[in-house]
Ligand binder design. Structure first.
Ligand code: HEM
Length: 137
C-alpha cells in the first residue's frame, strides 16, 4: 500500500477523533451519500443505525491494520464479493469515497488538514482499488 508511516499516523490520529462521534458521523455519511445519488438508497435494506455501526467497525478494522496490509487484503476481497451480492457496482465507490471525505471534513473541522485529507484519499484509493479488482461490474 502506497502510504507513508506519517500518513498512517495522520489517519490513525484523525480517526480517533471521529470515533467518539461515530453514530453522528455515520448519519452525516449516509445523508451526504444519498444527496449525491438518491438511487443508492434502495440498495440498503437493513436498519441504518446498524449499518452505520458496521461501517465504522469496518473502518476501525481497516485503520488498525494499516501497518499490516497483508491482513487487510483478504478481508477487503471478501467484503467486495459480499458487496456484489448487495448490488454494488464499481462506479459506486466514487460517491461513497466523496461522502466519506465530506464526513471527515465536517467531523474534524480544522484538524482535517490538506495533509490528513491526502492520507485518507490514498487509503480510500487502496480500499476501492482492491475491492473493485474483485468485482465484475
Ligand atoms: C469504502 C469501502 C466500503 C467499506 C469499508 C464498506 C463496508 C461495509 C460493511 C462492513 C458492510 C456490512 C456487511 C458486510 O460486512 O458484508 C457493508 C454493507 C453494505 N454496503 Fe458497504 N462498504 C464499502 C463500500 C460500499 C459501496 C461503494 C457501496 C455502494 C453504495 C456500499 C453499499 C453497501 C450495502 C448496500 C450494504 C448492505 C446493506 C444491507 O444490509 O442492506 N458499500 N459495507
Amino acid at each position: 500500500m502506497a502510504l507513508t508511516a506519517h500518513q498512517v499516523t495522520l489517519i490513525t490520529e484523525s480517526f480517533k477523533k471521529v470515533e467518539p462521534i461515530s453514530l453522528k458521523a455515520a448519519e452525516i455519511f449516509y445523508d451526504t451519500l444519498f444527496s449525491y445519488d438518491p438511487s443508492l438508497k434502495s440498495l440498503f435494506k437493513g436498519d441504518m443505525k446498524q449499518q452505520g455501526r458496521k461501517l465504522m467497525a469496518m473502518l476501525h478494522a481497516a485503520v488498525s491494520t494499516l501497518n499490516a496490509p497483508e491482513q487487510l487484503l483478504p478481508v477487503l476481497q471478501q467484503l467486495a464479493k459480499r458487496h456484489e451480492g448487495y448490488g454494488v457496482k464499481k462506479s459506486h465507490f466514487t460517491p461513497v469515497g466523496n461522502a466519506l471525505l465530506h464526513t471527515l471534513k465536517v467531523g474534524l473541522g480544522d484538524d482535517f488538514t490538506p495533509e490528513t485529507r491526502a492520507a485518507w484519499v490514498a487509503l480510500l484509493h487502496f480500499v476501492a482499488d482492491t475491492m473493485k479488482a474483485e468485482m465484475a461490474a
